[in-house]
Design a protein around this ligand. Structure first.
Ligand code: PAF
Length: 294
């Protein structure tokens, strides 16, 4: 059997192969420690670090994976310009008490001859699934692989990617993957903008407009929660508000149920308002809960 590679970036232990990752996790399990996995694509911000913190609250050890997964990007998406900063990420992870960074290359994740993928169902077809064909199949495939590779007890994902969290829950349940999936609330900038690695693309004028997305979601949830408006009228007003604020294109603003993310025409049970909108070439997504009036 090969020994662990022993690579470090600063003070952080790094592994790049499934075999090395499994050796670390197996040793921790043998010692009686529980393990949390935090899958990311790097360019880490406070939202990712909150996932690590939650992982360490739930488990003794936290592994963060960084892999910019080519299969979840469409041909016109930002795969090549997606921000990458492994050394900067490692320094942040040391401060967050992460125990191990797993940073596989594309050849380790998708070796020659790779052919088997996860097919996602109805929950992945609407909303982002409609605007980003193939995206959730890429996410479900890589997340399934990461969960099986790491064999952790818990995996943490952010609620900012609310539909992704649902797709992953469905996938883990359908494929009998023995892991607890923990959803972690969105971390926001002081002005309300949801933290995202893609915020780095925004020009200063776009960055000034961006918080309007969360402002609109909050005020729409409040008005629906007070029963002041119908869902249809609220969605129309929300789109108009985003365009007035300076968003260039709106992919969707929808009020959905929290089980299957199907559209609600009345908020008669807890729901979620989800939105995706463009500022130039940058696509922002966000979501908030909405509760029935009274
Ligand atoms: O949310 C992300 O960063 C990615 O979609 C994930 C879950 C790491 C899969 O590549």
């Amino acid at each position: 059997m090969k020994r662990n590679s022993g690579e470090k970036i600063g003070k952080l232990a790094v592994v790049r192969t499934v075999a090395d990752l499994r050796r670390h996790v197996a040793a921790w399990h043998r010692a009686g420690d529980t393990v949390a996995l935090v899958p990311t694509m790097g360019a880490l911000h406070a939202g990712h670090l909150a996932l690590v913190t939650r992982g360490k609250e739930l488990c003794d050890r936290a592994v963060v994976s960084i892999f910019v997964n080519p299969t979840q990007f469409g041909p016109n998406d930002d795969f090549t310009r997606y921000p990458r900063d492994e050394a900067g990420d490692a320094a942040k992870l040391v401060r967050s008490r992460c125990d191990l960074l797993y940073a596989p290359g594309v050849g380790e994740m998708y070796p020659a001859g790779f052919a088997t993928t996860v097919t996602t169902g109805a929950i992945a077809e609407r909303l982002d699934g409609h605007f980003r064909p193939g995206h959730f199949a890429g996410v479900a495939t890589v997340v399934t692989k990461l969960l099986l590779q790491a064999q952790a007890d818990v995996a943490c994902f952010g609620e900012k990617d609310y539909q992704q969290l649902h797709v992953i829950h469905r996938c883990v349940c359908d494929l009998d993957i023995a892991i607890h999936i923990e959803g972690v609330p969105t971390v926001r900038e002081p002005d309300g903008l949801a933290m995202s690695s893609r915020n780095a693309y925004l020009t200063p004028p776009q960055r000034a407009i961006a918080p309007a997305l969360h402002r609109m979601l909050r005020s729409t949830a409040e008005r629906l929660g007070r029963g002041e408006t119908s869902v249809a009228a609220a969605m129309e007003a929300a789109i108009a508000e985003l365009l007035r604020a300076g968003f260039s294109k709106i992919d969707y603003v929808e009020t959905c149920d929290v089980q299957m993310l199907l559209p609600l025409d009345r908020v008669d049970r807890p729901g979620r308002i989800l939105a995706a909108a463009w500022l130039g070439t940058t696509r922002l997504i966000d979501n908030v809960p909405v509760l029935p009036a009274g």
